[in-house]
Design a protein around this ligand. Structure first.
Ligand SMILES: *[C@@H]1O[C@H](CO)[C@@H](O)[C@H](O)[C@H]1NC(C)=O
Length: 511
């Protein structure tokens, strides 16, 4: 009795607390680290526990947080870091990109766009994880709002990547230069600007009902940032070559981001001006280009799928061609059809590149499931050189890719840390591999961390939910910490997976 009175008053304290602070607390704390949980709790099911994987895929983002961590931080081996980032301008917050301690604006914006798209399409299926997914987006967009606070200027990077990479340090110990780098009218960067506009526009759709004031701020900023991107055209890796290359050099140019940005602005504002922009500029921006790689650099196929929705669902006839452009991309993925181009490993994983291949697996799975959704609502199919491909076929292909990622592969290895009985133990990640502040409060200097980096010992801190670059073209995975191509996680690997897992958890995973 006494204890229930106690918890009752605790509950009220909690309510009071959540109303009187600006913190946004999610009520479900489901994703504790328990790699064996789904095996113990669901021994009768041979399939995957997509809901568990979904919780973990979102939890991962808390491990990448830079700045002042909130009291409800669930990955507790991390502490505050980067608290003076920005100096003249406040650039505290945002995400560390991957296994290092640099804040790269270009992939961070793409991460925010894809997390937002995940919630826009599949948020209705996320249940208790919806709140956590929104928080993961807000952690990025709060930062992007700071980075775009001055008109015609965007702060696109904090940290010197070469100097950062020369150290193996916890973010909490960082003593490498935290230089800030910006684009402006004289040194433009249309790809990073348009991607930032896409992120802000997409996120405005996520918050439109739940926090209209925030959503308005996001969309207003998105409009201004897109104008800047389009008006002052240029590739940021010209002006900032030494800073952003070879890390996040823009190889595909800015045309893809301008098209993608206009598509997001149209979706967020419904302003016909953007539709007109797409009609006038679509061809020159590469609407039907045949490069089918969708990731932090190239957004062409993302734009095609996104714009096909406006035709398929909203029946905007002027975007008719985008169904064809999207179909061409989809057909390139379907094995056994005349237009098939994609390569798969012997074990069945889509294989595009040696470095961080899993980002293409997650982004492709998301696009397949999203296109399947649009096709279904329009009662349409895809015709691949005479072969009819149904939305369910697309879902089946996406599910197979995600199942491979979660452990249905020759090595029986889950490529998501903390999911399943066997997962990567030596991920290329500074914070995960070094002892935590709690167990080792003393500073670990720049180069002394390399002893641990080069050792065979497993990482002491489990970065739950992190998805690594994955196996090579022959399904092999050495699990070596130095191997950044295969063993490094990155925010843009996880972001589209959040959407794919939400769909799969709803449709196949009511465990
Ligand atoms: C990928 O790795 C394979 C096998 O190690 C190698 O033969 C190939 O050249 C690599 N491809 C690229 C683009 O680096």
């Amino acid at each position: 009795m006494a204890s229930s009175v106690f918890s009752f008053s605790l509950f009220f304290f909690f309510l009071l607390f959540s109303f009187t602070t600006s913190l946004h607390l999610c009520t479900a704390f489901s994703a504790q680290h328990s790699p064996l949980r789904h095996h113990l709790r669901h021994p009768r099911f041979a399939g995957h526990n997509y809901r568990d994987a979904l919780s973990k895929s979102i939890l991962y983002f808390e491990g990448q947080r830079s700045g002042k961590l909130p009291p409800n931080q669930r990955i507790t081996w991390r502490r505050d870091s980067g608290l003076s980032d920005g100096s003249a301008v406040d650039l505290v917050g945002g995400y560390y990109d991957a296994g290092d301690n640099v804040k790269f604006g270009f992939p961070m914006a793409f991460t925010a766009t894809m997390l937002s798209w995940s919630v826009i399409e599949f948020g209705g299926l996320m249940k208790s994880e919806l709140c956590n997914a929104r928080e993961a987006i807000r952690w990025a967009t709060d930062y992007l709002l700071k980075a775009t606070a001055q008109p015609d200027t965007i702060y696109v990077q904090v940290g010197d990547a070469n100097k950062d990479h020369a150290c193996w340090e916890r973010p909490e110990d960082m003593d490498t230069p935290r230089n800030v780098f910006k684009i402006d009218r004289n040194t433009p960067g249309s790809e990073v600007a348009a991607e930032t506009a896409s992120a802000l526009a997409a996120a405005s759709l996520v918050f439109r009902r739940i926090d209209p004031t925030y959503a308005k701020l996001l969309v207003t900023r998105a409009i201004r940032v897109f104008e800047f991107a389009d008006k002052y055209r240029g590739v940021y890796s010209n002006g900032l070559k030494k800073v952003v290359c070879p890390f996040y050099c823009s190889f595909s140019g800015y045309q893809d981001e301008l098209l993608w940005g206009a598509a997001w602005l149209h979706r967020a504002t419904k302003n016909p001006m953007y539709l007109q922009y797409i009609q006038v500029n679509g061809q020159t921006l590469g609407a039907d280009e045949s490069d089918n790689t969708f990731g932090w650099d190239n957004k062409h196929v993302g734009a095609r799928i996104l714009l096909s929705k406006a035709f398929l669902v909203q029946k905007l006839q002027s975007l008719h061609d985008y169904k064809g452009h999207a179909d061409n991309y989809i057909c390139s993925l379907i094995p056994g059809t005349p237009s098939s181009q994609a390569q798969y490993t012997p074990g069945g994983l889509l294989f595009k590149m040696n470095d961080s291949n899993m980002q293409y697996v997650t982004s492709t799975s998301f696009l397949l499931l999203t296109y399947a959704k649009y096709l279904t609502s329009a009662h349409k199919v895809v015709n691949c050189g005479g072969a009819v491909v149904t939305p369910n076929r697309l879902r089946f292909i996406a599910k197979k890719q995600v199942d491979y990622l979660l452990g249905d592969n020759p090595l029986k290895m889950s490529y998501m840390v903390g999911y399943g009985p066997r997962y990567p133990l030596r991920i290329h990640h500074r914070g995960s591999s070094l002892p935590s502040i709690a167990t080792h409060p003393g500073k670990i200097q720049c180069s002394s961390g390399f002893n641990i980096m080069n050792s065979q010992s497993p990482n002491p801190n489990i970065l739950v939910g992190a998805v690594v670059g994955g196996p090579d073209q022959n399904d092999r995975f050495p699990d070596q910490r130095s191997d950044y191509e295969q063993s490094e996680p990155a925010t843009y690997i996880n972001a589209p997976l959040v959407g794919a897992l939400s769909y799969l958890a709803h449709s196949f995973g009511q465990l």
